[in-house]
Design a protein around this ligand. Structure first.
Ligand code: PLP
Length: 372
């Protein structure tokens, strides 16, 4: 058997993620691997925390990347904050809210579901009603940017309502971080997780998280130990906490962290607010082109996410055949529908490095060709 080295094709990634990785990030990842307790690496970790605080707009001391993908960031929030018997209100308007429910239940918690239509933002009034009906709820959880539908929810208002009812708020920002306005401290978010493979233009496999002082107090006052050894923040903090006390917890994914560091340096160079504005501007350009072709958006304008454009598949169109033409003839990946939206929508991502005018033109030309 003589299996040769793997050389992937050069694609344009305009699906729901991963998105195109900046060449600067890939170059950073090819730099020499050093020990994860090397003083030089430890300095890089401190910079990483500062850069993540900038991206999340927070001063939270407990801000770091979990060494695993977005799902692990999600799980880190739930396993640390939800104790057996805790009641959690989960707002669901797509696939990822459903995963939150599973997390709550696997932690021994009771999930009270607040359902909204897929393709719409979470309705604050429904959350308010659910909290009034469940005064013993301890936590509210929702997805800021639903990647399965392209809907953006009003995180600020939802967190405010949670706090009025004495609940902590867990927010999924996997698709929003770097692409849409997100202000962790100003909006008083208690626990938040994201991913590196969307608007940060980095490779998949890391999950930036941040926890408020209120969240930390809840974790410290737990009656039972966190059931996950790997994600127990009390232990992880021994590694990611202050440089003075850094001790082995797990072997950090060194080169992936170089990549995230570079991605965050790029974000800082562009400026967070400029990155949000670029995502919005490119979304409007794509939208104009798609609408000129007679294609329709699933999400109403007011709830629309700029970095994830869900488009209804026109009647009579073989959606798989269209995606295959894009991939094979144009090296362009767009996303299929997920969950209840499978077969009904395409999801066109404009995330991070991939959110640029050249990609928009290629996508419009390729779709025009494929749709005949
Ligand atoms: N939450 C949302 C909103 C997502 O879009 C995703 C991934 O697409 C996840 C969670 C899970 O992230 P990962 O696939 O990196 O585990």
């Amino acid at each position: 058997m003589a299996i040769k080295s793997f050389h992937p094709p050069q694609r344009i990634l305009m699906g729901p993620g991963p998105s195109d990785v900046s060449p600067r990030v890939l170059a950073a990842m090819a730099r020499p691997t050093i020990g994860h307790l090397d003083p030089v690496f430890v300095t890089m970790m401190d910079e990483m925390k500062a850069l993540l605080k900038y991206a999340f707009k927070t001063e939270n001391e407990l801000t770091m990347p979990v060494s695993a993908p977005g799902s692990a960031g999600m799980e880190t929030c739930f396993v640390n904050l939800v104790e057996p018997g805790d009641k959690v209100i989960v707002c669901q308007n797509g696939v990822f809210g459903g995963r939150m429910k599973e997390n709550v239940e696997r932690c021994g918690g009771i999930a009270v579901m607040v359902q909204d239509d897929w393709g719409r933002a979470v309705d604050p009034q429904k959350l308010e009603d659910a909290l009034k009906a469940n005064p013993d709820a301890r936590i509210v959880a929702f997805v800021h940017a639903e990647t399965s539908t392209g809907a953006l929810s009003d995180a600020k208002t939802l967190v405010e309502i949670a706090h009025q009812h004495n609940c902590l708020a867990i927010v999924d920002a996997v698709t929003s971080l770097g692409g849409s306005p997100l202000k962790v401290d100003e909006w008083m978010i208690d626990a938040i997780y994201s991913g590196t493979q969307k608007c940060l233009s980095c490779t998949p496999g890391l999950s930036p998280v941040s926890f408020s002082t209120r969240a930390l107090e809840k974790i410290k006052s737990r009656k039972s130990p966190v059931q996950s050894w790997f994600m127990d923040l009390n232990l992880v903090m021994g590694y990611w906490g202050g440089a003075a006390k850094r001790a082995y917890h797990h072997t950090a994914p060194i080169n992936s962290l170089y990549g995230l560091h570079e991605a965050l340096v790029i974000l800082q160079e562009e400026g967070l607010e400029n990155s949000w504005a670029r995502h919005q501007k490119n979304h409007l350009a794509l939208r104009a082109g798609l609408e000129a072709m007679g294609l329709n958006f699933v999400v109403p304008v007011k709830d629309r996410l700029p970095q994830l454009n869900a488009i209804s598949i026109p009647d009579g169109v073989d959606e798989v055949a269209v995606r295959n033409i894009l991939l094979n003839d144009y090296q362009l990946e767009i996303g299929a529908g997920l969950g209840a939206m499978a077969g009904k929508v395409w999801r066109i991502g404009l995330m991070g490095h991939a959110s640029n005018p050249r990609n928009i033109l290629v996508c419009l030309a390729a779709l025009d060709d494929a749709l005949g």
